[in-house]
Write a protein that binds this ligand. Sequence first.
Ligand code: FAD
Ligand code: SF4
Length: 597
Amino acid sequence: MNLIRLNRATQDEVDLQKTYDAIVVGSGAAGGMAAHVLTSHGMKVLMLEAGKKLDIDKELKSTEWPYDHKRRGQMPPDSHPLSLNEYTIRQPPYAADSKYKHVYSYVQGWGGSDYSKNIVVDERDHPYTGTNYAWVRARVLGGKTNIWGRLALRLSDLDFKAKTHDGYGEDWPISYKDVAPYYDKVDLYLGISGVKENLPHLPDSIFQRPIKLTAAELTLRQRLKKMNRVLTPYRAGVTTDGLKHNKYRSRCFGRGACNRRAGGCDIHAAFDSPTGLILPAMDTGNLTLRTNSIAYEVTVDKKTGKASGVAFIDADTGKTYEAKAKVVVIAASTLESARLMLLSKSDAHPSGIGNSSGHVGHNFCEHIMGPHVTGLVKDQVGKPHTLDDGKPGHFYLARFRNLTDRHPNFIRGYGFEGGAGSSMFPGNSMSTPGFGASYKKTVRDYSGAFIEMGAFGEVLARYENYVDIDPAMKDKWGVPVLRFHYRFGDNEKKMAEDMADTAQEMFTEAGFEIINVGRRILTEGWSIHELGTARMGTDKKTSVLNQFQQSHDVKNLFVVDGSSHVSASCQNPTWTIMALAWRSCDHLSDELKKGNL
Ligand SMILES: Cc1cc2nc3c(=O)[nH]c(=O)nc-3n(C[C@H](O)[C@H](O)[C@H](O)COP(=O)(O)OP(=O)(O)OC[C@H]3O[C@@H](n4cnc5c(N)ncnc54)[C@H](O)[C@@H]3O)c2cc1C
Ligand code: SF4
């Protein structure tokens, strides 16, 4: 693999006198896709990324054995991951008064955290205020795609037309048929593994070789069929067959550190924006990349009120610059994009650029998590171990609530992610009583016999759930920070009760011995699927963007990340973010050519 272009130490030269065709802010799933599509249309694009350009292969070391790391993959003792109790008992900013040198979000509490410590932000430098929220951010080239969990799902018209279905909220200004061709393009360009199930509410992708289910997972799949529920192999945004058109990526070896969370894949079988999108875009000769460039304002032409470019701070030197462009594409991730829009105040846009509706920051939604179940599969006790660590994922159990029937207590739905099988480190070793040879035998005999799953449910988009700019607090670079006003509501809490009940019901039906049923709801933000802060719509008074993620107010401004989503659905959002960004950037390029921007 030739990653030299990305790993070189110097910055691309940004020509501050030049007017680029487009500036893209952010380099994650959304920004990477924007860069790929716009450069492939021949546009000259400047990408501004706030984070640094890491030599990601030196960070992730996906094939390193635990004993080759001096702390078996753990961070040094002066680094602290926030716990569930800290998130709920304390108020943000969570790093204030901490005795630790570095404070990170909860994902750094998972195994292998030393490998991702330079990818996830240090909360000390990046504070926020307001209500409890577990905000996970990755400020590096590629953003969160460097460590994402890769569950790659499509939305259906049950999601796009959810209001028509149950009367709540707003329908999206598009339907499945508008996005389907772009989901296909994303599948083929980036690679996805899975199995076709023909479910109208979870449309199939164009799948590469699927991940094999373990024996216990197969048992659950079979038993659930009788309940008319579908467990399918994890739909992973991973190329299992390889991608001939992309020299920077390789097919899945099936033996990396996929069990490390947050893990990443330096084989680049799992999609990440740098190798999947940005390097190929650089190869067109049309992309200028500037990392360490924190956008703090979309500048405006006083005469026209249109966007004229982006003002940014060099993260290393603190110097400020302004770059110019015909079109500005914001893709800084849902919450950072809202922050940038709200910070971009001018005479033409006194409440922030593109915010004449007052909806920027509002209708903030995501997924609720927490309820889960663990079971013991008795007929797997003492069976030979299988190799299940090097798997990009295990299974997904599709939504089954409120499809054709109507649950009396809540609207919308939830799905489960789960898995069973053997792993290098047997999780049951901590809970198994005893010592000596018999203890070791028990641990070994039972290690591959557990199965678990946890739910992800739709949080309703509500105007009163929002973020705004804190009037007092600033980050390390002097940029005002976000303040959260966000809580789960009654619908989510009732849904969570049902998640725990059905999880238990399904494992019981499958014949598994129930070891534990978790009912506690995790802190807001835990899903890392934040959405909705600049939603699309047809009404300028109640939405920020049109169906092409183009600002209603400022026609040469596009916001192509999850902030545009009208509702959260219960499916993970990244594949939809990229399909929509592709669609919008095709439109943008056409409109620019026609002189309409
Ligand atoms: C551990 C983990 C597991 C996940 N699992 C899944 C999963 O299984 N399935 C799924 O669909 N999703 C998953 N996600 C979520 C997924 O990563 C995001 O949906 C996706 O990365 C969003 O893309 P984005 O481009 O909007 O944001 P990001 O990937 O966060 O990229 C945004 C980029 O913008 C940059 N930026 C921010 N502010 C500025 C600024 N002011 N100026 C310049 N640049 C800026 C950031 O540094 C960052 O690089 C997971 C995330 C994590 C962390
Ligand atoms: S198992 Fe596949 S996706 Fe996971 S780290 Fe290895 S190559 Fe990457």
